[in-house]
Design a binder for this molecule. Sequence first.
Ligand code: ADP
Length: 594
Amino acid sequence: MRGDPIQRAIDEDLVRVLYAQDAMAFFTHWFAIAVLVSIYWDDMPYPQRFFACFAFYAVANCASLGLWLWRRRRPDALTARNWIRLHALRGVLLYSAPGLAIWFAFHSHQADLPVLHTVMLVTLAAGVFMSNGFDVLNFSTGIIFVLLPAIVLLFGSHNFDRTILAIVLAFFFCAINIYSVSYRKLFQRVVQARVDQQQLAESLAEQKQVAEEASLAKTRFFAAASHDLRQPLHAIGLLAASLNDASVTPAQHGKTAAHIVNNVEALNQLFNQVLDLARLESGVTQVIRLHFRLDELFERVGSQYRPQAAAKGLALRIAPTTMVVHDDPVLLERVLSNLLSNAVRYTEDGAIWLGLRRAGRRGGGYIEVRDSGIGIPAAEQERIFEEFYQVANPQRDARQGHGLGLPTVKRLVGLLGGELALRSAPGRGSVFRFSVQAGDPDGIVASLSDAVVGGPSAQGRHVLCIDDDPSILEGLTSLLGRWGCVAQGVRDEALALRALAEGFVPDAVLCDYQLANHRTGAQALSAVRDALQRNGHEGAVMLLITGDMASGELAMLATQGIPVLHKPVTPARLRRTLETLWQQAQRDGARATA
Ligand code: ADP
């Protein structure tokens, strides 16, 4: 309960209000002592006991001031709860003397003393209510000592007037207790509202900072992106203009055309990188996990970078591993390619190491890409994961990259369920590391090169393609034909259903997302699936192809496991996806019949 932030805030506020009036109360209690002593002065019963009682009252009052001063000087000396408890003890000491002193009134010869003393106590009770009513402990201990002895003695006096006074006092005692309950609730609500408001203000301030940082990041992103896109465009514009120059020789024309091609290629690469990142951001990239041998993938990427490394005199070492992992080989290959290309780019001598470390991890390990290169200063180690951020390329020379590799790697690793860690020191190289899950050697369905570029199982497969663009349909069916598939292309859902009705039984249905007449590929696939099920053909795999990235429906389809490929789809990616889907369907079918 006390760990609760609201309770803590209530306690802290209670301490503030309880102690706030204690300095003033010191004078009030001296005034009460003076008034009480003066009304007893003429006829003081048991003077020694009387003076002892009032001396105790005076000492308790001074101790209360001492406590107030202590809290002012050392507010952190005790916890809020202990300050509250100590204040309640002070109340017991302070109010017991005047409360119990009413006993003297009943032993005095002055008949009006009990009433006068009672009036004095009611005034003190009002003070207890005002200054301690917020806290149950302080209020109840104080009020009991102030009023209960008077009520008991007035009742016990067997005098009609005093009994009436006792009843009124008892009523007052009950009323003041009931009021203090509402008083406490009100106090708690006020504190709660204050805490809520404070939390709201803090969260707003936090959100504002996040929004400001995001806005700054966006500004930097656009500044860098527009620079990097403008640069090759500008070059292409200038080069293209020079093609019109009649004085330029054919040899020079050839050179210019080659420069144009290079710049177009650079622009294309940059666009692809930006689109890849945007796809990852929008959550539509699908992870297709397979069981495969990690050393096959290491060898695949390693062989791509070995010539570049060798050209710089660097050794590229791949640690042998027998591990089978369960991961998306295509996405993992992109991660490793990016990391290896950086390692080669930022290392001038020494070696690059790619390998797996178990590091005591059961059911997996960590893939590490190490280099002995220039390293990354600690201050830059977070920023290098921002889009377009580069440590040492103020001129934004496109030959040194664009600063999109690591942001892509970080998102890919996150998508694959890992976390990218970096250890680096300037001049001592860098280590990028992330976790992978162990796979099942019995679950390996194809060699990795088949899984990545497509295996032989497309031969003879029937594929139905739905796309309202005739040229895409033509390209797709002829590509499938070259793979040995029997492909039929149709332009909409109705024609697809007609093809099925005419006896075409597909092994796969490929469908564009945006179809004519406001129909979507998701609707068409669902109609085709229903028609196939009605005819007892359930084995066909479905695949959506789209150029749309922001659609919420697409993200939903991706989470539901309906495969979505994004344009431009490379033939290798299409084939790998189809092969994987067929292999998965085959395995699922075998399991179902087993
Ligand atoms: P790019 O390499 O295209 O500039 P990245 O996003 O891949 O973009 O990397 C961002 C920055 O991080 C690079 O500009 C470079 O300064 C730094 N960096 C990345 N990898 C390494 C590495 N292995 N060694 C040293 N610096 C690196």
